[in-house]
Design a protein around this ligand. Structure first.
Ligand code: NAD
Length: 332
């Protein structure tokens, strides 16, 4: 099949290219897929997309008109796809439901440890010949309460890591996972979790029910000085409300790998440009905030697994083994 790979970076070419071994004809496009770039898909059978491609109604209709038969997401989340339109167009959407929960959970833990012990600031100080400790005071994770919102594959993995540090793990999830229960996570309603936790980490998908789950109201319910981590999706957080929480001291630390307006920023080098997003610029001014550019998934193991599952989806589609595809929509 002819596959147009969008938002393609050199590492996508390496990992997808290695697995492909000439089975499919891949063409890599650096831009995001959206209604502007969709004309590039003419003559292809499949588009392969990532987290910041925009698969809205206009784009999906144009894909269908261009003869695209399958949309293969090379990520787990699909909040950027207009699913009702895809269903209506009978355009199947497949994804990689799981590639390495460890990659994302370990990154969330790295953010927590770095924030707590101010590693970002300590590193800069030592490079400046400044060995003073004032302002670097941390706390023991041992004995602290960590709240996991969303106890799927990544949330469970993160909770397990934090249990390893001696933390008590509590959780909120409308569909509590068996594994989390077996591990002894205590399930609470959201308000109680917010009120009890020293650290809160988001691991639920972005949906209408979870959009801005962290907002001025939920922040007001949190323990003063809480550490907030988001490695899930930017839209879970109302960023101006978090900025207010940081200014008042209600929030003590913030670790972000995702940002609501990230599609205009992340994955690109804008070091020669003037930053236009004032909210993002304000976030960067806090000494107790660490932001990474959607890199939590970025491990060798995860990229290998993403490439393998993407190709198993493509092969299953090409061979008519639809039951073997990881479908988001039925395509029927
Ligand atoms: P998963 O599907 O295994 O788990 C999601 C969990 O969220 C489920 O247990 C579900 O019941 C729960 N949930 C659903 N609605 C909820 C709600 N209203 N409140 C609380 N919990 C709710 O997903 P996963 O593999 O653990 O991934 C979680 C998220 O991580 C993905 O949706 C994706 O957005 C994000 N992610 C980020 C990166 C990255 O690089 N930063 C990489 C992969 C995934």
């Amino acid at each position: 099949m002819k596959v147009a790979v969008f938002s393609a970076k050199p590492y996508d070419q390496t990992y997808l290219g290695e697995i492909n071994q000439g089975q499919h004809e891949l063409e890599f496009f650096e831009p995001h897929l959206d209604s502007q770039t969709v004309p590039l898909t003419k003559g292809f059978d499949v588009v392969c997309c990532f987290v910041n491609d925009t698969l809205d109604r206009d784009t999906l209709v144009a894909l269908k008109d261009n003869g695209i038969k399958l949309v293969a997401m090379r990520c787990a989340g699909f909040n950027n796809v207009d699913l009702p339109t895809a269903e209506q167009l009978e355009l199947p959407i497949v994804r990689v439901p799981e590639y390495s929960p460890y990659a994302v959970a370990e990154h969330a833990a790295a953010l927590a440890l770095s924030l707590n012990r101010n590693l970002h600031r300590a590193h800069n100080r030592v490079r400046e010949n400044d060995y003073s400790l004032d302002g670097l005071l941390g706390f023991d994770f041992n004995g602290k309460t960590v709240g996991v919102i969303g106890t799927g594959k990544i949330g469970v993995c993160f909770g397990k890591i934090m249990q390893g540090f001696g933390c008590k793990v509590v959780a909120y999830d409308p569909y509590p996972s068996n594994e989390a229960q077996k591990l002894g996570f205590e399930f609470l309603d959201l308000d109680t979790l917010l009120n009890r936790c020293d650290v809160i980490s988001l691991h639920c998908p972005l949906m209408s029910q979870t959009y801005h789950i962290i907002n001025a109201y939920t922040i007001s319910k949190m323990k003063r000085g809480v550490m907030l981590l988001n490695t899930s999706r930017g839209g879970l957080i109302d960023t101006p409300a978090v900025i207010e929480g940081l200014k008042s001291g209600q929030i003590g630390h913030v670790g972000l790998d995702v940002y609501e307006e990230e599609e205009d920023l992340f994955f690109e080098d804008y070091s020669n440009n003037v930053l236009q997003d004032d909210t993002f610029a304000r976030l960067q001014t806090f000494p107790n905030v660490i932001i990474t550019g959607h890199q939590a998934f970025f491990t060798k193991e995860a990229l290998t697994a993403i490439a393998k599952v993407t190709f198993s989806n493509l092969n299953a589609f090409a061979e008519g083994r639809f039951e073997d595809m990881h479908q988001v929509t039925t395509g029927k």
